[in-house]
Design a protein around this ligand. Structure first.
Ligand code: ATP
Ligand code: MG
Length: 471
């Protein structure tokens, strides 16, 4: 197993810690990723002594003498240097009391420090000291677990998870990110302690959740979150998607597993976190719009509207950003049926123009989502729908080239219409604006100013308005 450390920082730490007569080790995530050959630019150093003094001396020798940020409360010192993050921390011993979420912390040995870490693969250390430079210190069989792809707590899982329940999310996140298994005993601990996740702050949960969403195959993480019942505590709407109901011998598909399939499909084609969130949310309202009738069987009418309305509430609760990313997800959920709906009829230019107008610059993402939404087990069906979507895509390219409606703005604005008729904002102005937009998208009038003005005046007259200002 390799241990050679590439970056010059390690030699520098060796040199300076020698002059201070201080023992220092690289520990945790960097060692893990180094052994797995994964890129990692976050390095944690554990020092048996004062971390901040060491960090100050290191910074003196780094290009541009970067600032050292000292966090007294945590006994840590941080340096950011040419895209790398170095964290220096004094070795510590932690003990948790049942009446407090914060551990009691006292200085400790390297062994104490390794013992407080969450998983065996995260408790590996490499010495930077002269007598054993480069030697891997692996008290809990972390290397074996790395080789076997195993997530395991170094001590009793029930205590580990009860002490800091976020570790349950971290176990699942690592399993998903690295494609590892969770050891049976560790997994049983998560099942038993799942309820404790309630004491963890939403921000910390959200960070782990986003790492799962960003993983190569996010379904692995979501299945584990579901099976351990962790998901119930922070995303019950997703749990509700699971299950199949049958009536008169007719079932519907399990929307939880369908959603995960769509999510994995998107993840294969795009790293866009918010497109992945759109996949998670696209059918979120199916349980609450579900209905059955003898003629149509199961229906989920309006689930795209109801679902897009649910996005904000869910984003707020999960402390996801309430900004343009959220608006994008709302839009994707609202429009997700439109491309496939187009394939079921003769695709008219005006239907394509409407879709282009509504999706704007996100049209390509929307098409990608709708391709990923085709998850039938029947391969012929899948092929058929994909071919139809190809046709829609080509039609969109043709129409866009000709009519440029992607970011369409009517050539006469609402303000201008008000001025034309000397009116303040009113129902009539709204009606004129809308019919003008429709007329252009339907191809009734060409997309130019002169025709648009003529149309607005005509429509105003029909509504009994008089032109007072025509310039
Ligand atoms: P990543 O950087 O990919 O998120 P990481 O394992 O490096 O993963 P960090 O948050 O950078 O995670 O933490 C660095 C190290 O600190 C971990 O490898 C682990 O040893 C320890 N650690 C982090 N969080 C916890 C925790 N909640 N409980 C115990 N040890 C932890
Ligand atoms: Mg890290």
């Amino acid at each position: 197993m390799k241990t050679a450390l590439g970056h010059e920082i390690f030699q520098l730490v060796r040199e300076i810690s020698r002059t201070m007569d201080m023992k220092v080790y690289v520990v945790g995530g960097y060692v893990r990723d180094h052994l797995l050959d994964r890129p990692c630019t976050d390095v944690d150093f554990v020092c048996i002594g004062d971390a901040s003094v060491l960090a100050e001396k290191i910074s003196e020798r780094l290009p541009g003498k970067p600032k050292v940020s000292i966090f007294k409360n945590f006994g840590t010192a941080h340096i950011h240097s040419s895209d790398w993050d170095f964290e220096f921390v004094g070795a510590r011993k932690e003990s948790y009391r049942s009446d407090s979420r914060k551990p009691d912390v006292e200085p400790g040995s390297l062994e104490d420090d390794q013992l407080r870490r969450d998983f065996t693969i995260n408790a590996l250390a490499i010495s930077l000291n002269d007598n054993d430079y480069g030697v891997l210190i692996d008290p809990f069989g972390g290397v074996k677990d790395l080789e076997n792809g195993m997530i395991r707590t170094p001590t009793d899982p029930d205590i580990t998870f009860s002490d800091d329940p976020l570790r349950m999310m971290r176990a699942i996140r690592f399993a998903c990110q690295l494609g590892f298994h969770i050891d049976e005993n560790t997994y049983a601990g998560i099942r038993r302690q799942a309820e404790r996740i309630e004491i963890v702050s939403t921000e910390r949960i959200k960070d782990e959740l986003n790492k799962i969403v960003a993983a190569p195959k996010p379904s692995i993480g979501f299945k584990l979150l579901f099976n351990t019942h962790l998901l119930d505590h922070f995303f019950p709407e997703m749990v509700e998607l699971q299950g199949v109901e049958e009536r008169n011998g007719i079932g519907h598909k399990d929307n939880f597993y369908h959603t995960l399939q769509v999510l994995d499909n998107v993840a294969e084609l795009s790293d866009n976190l918010w497109l992945r969130w759109s996949a998670i949310m696209h059918d979120i309202a199916k349980p609450r719009t579900k209905d059955f009738n003898d003629k149509d069987g199961w229906t989920f009418h309006g689930h795209e509207f109801v679902g897009s309305k649910m996005v904000k509430r869910i984003f707020r609760r999960l402390k996801l950003p309430l900004n343009e990313h959220m608006k994008y997800v709302e839009k994707m959920v609202l429009l997700h049926l439109r491309p496939i709906a187009l394939t079921k009829e003769v695709v008219t230019d005006s239907a394509v123009r409407r879709l282009l107008f509504d999706a704007g610059d996100d049209i390509d993402d929307l098409l990608l989502l709708s391709r990923c939404d085709i998850t039938s087990k029947n391969e012929r069906k899948v092929k058929y729908y994909l071919q139809n979507l190809d046709k829609v895509q080509q039609k969109i390219i043709d129409v866009e080239e000709r009519d440029r409606v992607r970011n369409f703005q009517p050539p006469v604005t609402g303000d201008e219409i008000m001025e034309l008729f000397g009116l303040k904002p009113s129902r009539e102005i709204g009606i004129i604006k809308n019919s003008l937009k429709d007329a252009i998208l339907e191809g009734i009038i060409p997309n130019n100013r002169e025709e648009a003005l003529k149309f607005a005046i005509e429509r105003g007259r029909e509504l009994g308005l008089k032109v007072v200002n025509y310039s």
